[in-house]
Design a binder for this molecule. Structure first.
Ligand code: PEP
Ligand code: MN
Length: 332
């Protein structure tokens, strides 16, 4: 349930209404916008008489929220959330480009790619250290050593970093990581999500391989319910009957999520298509549809990449994509 207050109500009156709701055993989520304050209520609101609240002089209206996701719901928080990723703002009109290799492979590789993507206009560096591979015989990532090299690249370039976590036990290693990625395969690893909810780290939550928007938002809710509201969603394609592309990029999800949630939504055209030459058109389309940013895989030598070379752009091609994305943003 949400209670929308009239503009300009005094702080004392808000506090006394919040106290009253809390005394009814409800959790209160206060959203103080520029023009309006909204009191979101979480818990069993069935005993609350909405008509009685609505007649209070400070209340404009009371609405029941039928969706099971509350904190992620735009009705709870009408204004776009802006997430601070190591000083880079994501969401609310701030466009972010996250780029780097699928996996960190060596110090030379990550430093070279990090410098190149920064020069091309990326503002967040990606690189996988713990890799969720379909086959146990494939390269599993450099793990702790990979994280150490990524942190070095952060130091050298000044770019904030994003990297994937697969196990909550690894959290102590992520202290200096600016944005923790939950990959598609772990979108419904609820125990992991709960642990991340206890931190105050920004979380990049990728869409599961075959998950609905509602399931995805419920996973965001798991993190937010724990008290961590710094969530960014990433559409990375879903599994359909089509096999030409690695996945099917669901761009309508971006438009739908804009209505359903206040959280920023970025698009990963690399994992969505699996084909380097298709990254540019999908990146442009994602920008045009209103995504808050992009995540793109870039490798200095895609043919030799230990993971996802076929979808990785060279730094030169990446720079051209960024320039075109900027043009689309100018048009918007
Ligand atoms: C990745 O970004 O490295 C990755 C494994 O992506 P996804 O979880 O979307 O497959
Ligand atoms: Mn990859």
């Amino acid at each position: 349930m949400i209670t929308v207050l009239r503009p300009g109500v005094s702080k004392e009156k808000v506090v006394s209404l919040v106290d009253w709701f809390e005394n009814q055993g409800l959790k209160v989520h206060l959203s103080e916008g520029e023009y309006q304050t909204i009191i979101g209520l979480i818990g069993d609101t069935s005993k609350i008489d909405a008509d009685m609240i609505e007649v209070l002089d400070i209340v404009e209206c009371v609405k029941r929220i039928s969706e099971p996701y509350k904190k992620a719901n735009r009705k709870f928080h009408p204004e776009d959330s802006i997430i601070d990723v190591g000083g880079v703002k994501v969401g609310g009109g701030n466009f972010s480009i996250m780029a780097g290799p699928c996996s960190i492979e060596s110090e030379e590789q990550i430093l070279e790619v990090a410098k190149a993507v920064k020069d091309a206009g990326a503002n967040i560096l990606r690189g996988g250290a713990f890799k969720p591979r379909t086959s146990p015989y494939d390269f599993q990532g450099m793990r702790d050593e990979g994280l150490r090299l990524l942190l070095k690249a952060k130091e050298v370039t000044g770019l904030p970093i994003v990297t994937e976590i697969m196990n909550a036990e690894h959290l102590p290693l992520f202290d200096d990581v600016d944005l923790i990625q939950v990959g598609a395969r772990n979108m419904q690893n609820f125990e992991l999500l709960k642990e991340l909810g206890k931190t105050n780290k920004p979380i990049l939550l990728k869409r599961g391989l075959a998950n609905t928007l509602k399931e995805w938002l419920m996973s965001a809710e798991y993190i937010m319910a724990g008290g961590n509201e710094n969530v960014i969603l990433c559409e990375r394609g879903i599994r359909t009957y089509e096999t030409y592309t690695r996945n099917t990029l669901d761009l309508s999800a971006v438009a739908a999520l804009r209505e359903l949630t206040h959280l920023p939504v970025i698009v990963d055209p690399s994992h969505a298509t699996g084909i380097a030459r298709m990254v540019e058109p999908m990146a442009l389309a994602a920008t045009a549809v209103g995504a808050d940013g992009l995540m793109i895989e870039v490798h200095n030598n895609p043919e030799k990449a230990l993971c996802d070379g076929a979808q990785s752009l060279t730094p030169d091609v990446f720079a051209k994509v960024v320039a075109k994305v900027e043009k689309i943003r100018d048009v918007l």
